[in-house]
Design a protein around this ligand. Structure first.
Ligand code: PLP
Length: 432
């Protein structure tokens, strides 16, 4: 049952595949299972935070991506959520992988994924990680500076490089272009420098910023890449790969719809990279694949009520997961998430402004910068946050000794439909 599956879930290093993979009941959603688990826990003293990852949703997201953008090959961004079962399922489904470091490369190569299915998409890499990529046959690398070219020439002369372009991403919830990307004006020089160093540039890449709010950012970036392709060919490079990065929405709650974004991207690709040119188009989706996969359950461990100057009541809840755990990006989300309250009320309860604090001794350890409106709750009550799969477990640490939430994985008919099943052999679960 679920109680055993959550025991000992702390993912020990060197234990590659957690065995805690469970099948959902026929009519049960992951969210229902979380609620059932909370009910089971109510009589115990086990109140640690946990996450449930529904691998069936992951499979559906992959299908949705491929359906909307059939001309684009997804290279899943491992940084978004590097849980072993997530990577396993994606490897079985046949995606490629975007890795940001040696450890991520090791993780993906360790699954038996061919190095040709990996892009090392960090424009500023440590030399030792570049050497690791070279030793293991990972050839596709991104760069955005002269200095990176010098390093690659020294440590990985056989690399196939994508020039990362700066984008107009100020509208994204998480912009990236202040840190990464060459300006269009700088590209000509970088392309000739690469040639002079004997390096092969094979295309261009960009990232419109995570959770992009303006699909037109893709149109502009794709048009810019077309210029880079022309410059590259002019400099003697064989330009054959376009990488449109990530930035796709994780849920449909707010912001542009994925289908709308896919239409804009398809139109831009048809315009600037028509299929008959034979350019391979790849993407690095993270949030789109993972956000809706995980549901987080957190417990109220302490509570204070205060009277505001005007006499109104305000509540402070202290939770056992927070900014140093699954809610690292909460400070940067435009509106706070409102959790599902796991408590029965006789009638519609009054709502109070509530500050949600995490468990550490850091005063800035709060889930969101703004208060949320919730009913009066008690120590021991549970809050459930859906859509917590993107940039949550992969960003959590053990500050103050609070361990990252344990993750339990479920799979069901969707994965089996796609031909992914599970087999147990000598105590190890493997996907078949
Ligand atoms: N690729 C690169 C280079 C990134 O930096 C990121 C996110 O930071 C991603 C892909 C994934 O982006 P998203 O989760 O918005 O799809």
């Amino acid at each position: 049952g679920m109680s055993t599956c959550l025991e000992g879930l702390k993912e020990a290093h060197g234990r590659p595949w957690p065995k805690e993979l469970i099948a959902l009941g026929p009519e049960e959603s992951a969210q229902q299972m979380v609620l059932r688990r909370i009910q089971e826990l109510s009589d115990s003293d086990q109140q640690d935070p946990f996450m449930l990852a529904d691998l069936d949703i992951l499979a559906s997201r992959h299908q949705a991506f491929c359906q909307a953008l059939p001309q684009v090959s997804p290279f899943y961004a491992v940084k978004c959520n590097s849980s072993p079962w997530v990577l396993r399922v994606l490897a079985a489904l046949g995606t490629g992988f975007d890795c940001a470091s040696q450890v991520e490369l090791e993780q993906v190569l360790g699954l038996g994924v061919a190095p040709s299915r990996i892009i090392y998409a960090n424009p500023c890499k440590p030399a030792s990680h570049i050497r690791y990529a070279a030793r293991h046959g990972v050839q596709l690398l991104t760069f955005d500076s002269e200095e990176e070219l010098t390093k690659v020439a020294q440590h990985h002369p056989g690399a196939r490089l994508l020039l990362r372009l700066r984008t107009q991403d100020s509208q994204s919830i998480f912009p990236l272009s202040t840190k990464f990307g060459a300006s269009l004006e700088a590209c000509g020089h970088l392309l000739t420098s690469a040639r002079d160093l004997g390096l092969a540039v094979v295309g261009a890449s960009f990232h419109v910023g995570s959770n992009c709010q303006t699909p037109q950012s893709f149109t502009q970036a794709i048009a810019d890449c077309r210029c880079v392709f022309e410059m590259g060919r002019g400099a003697g490079h064989d330009m054959s790969c376009l990488d449109i990065g990530g930035g796709f929405p994780g849920t449909e709650d707010s912001g542009p719809k994925f289908e709308e974004m896919a239409r804009v991207i398809s139109a831009a690709l048809a315009q600037d990279f028509p299929e008959e040119r034979g350019v391979k188009v790849i993407a690095e989706p993270g949030r789109f694949y993972m956000e809706s996969v995980c549901t987080a359950a957190v417990n109220i461990i302490a509570k204070k009520a205060v009277l505001e100057p005007g006499g109104s009541r305000k509540l402070m809840y202290y939770l056992n997961d927070g900014h140093y755990g699954s809610f690292r990006l909460g400070h940067r989300e435009p509106v706070p998430r409102v959790p599902i309250v796991v408590k029965e009320f006789c009638s519609e309860p009054p709502l109070f402004p509530c500050t949600l604090y995490g468990p550490t001794c850091d005063a800035s350890d709060r889930l969101f910068l703004e208060d949320v409106r919730l009913p009066e709750l008690d120590v021991g009550d549970w809050l459930v946050f859906p859509s917590m799969g993107a940039y949550t477990s992969s960003m959590s640490c053990s500050f103050n000794g609070f361990l990252p939430a344990t993750i339990c994985y479920t799979m069901g008919p969707q994965l089996r439909c796609l031909g992914v099943g599970v087999e147990e052999e000598a105590g190890n679960l493997t996907l078949i």
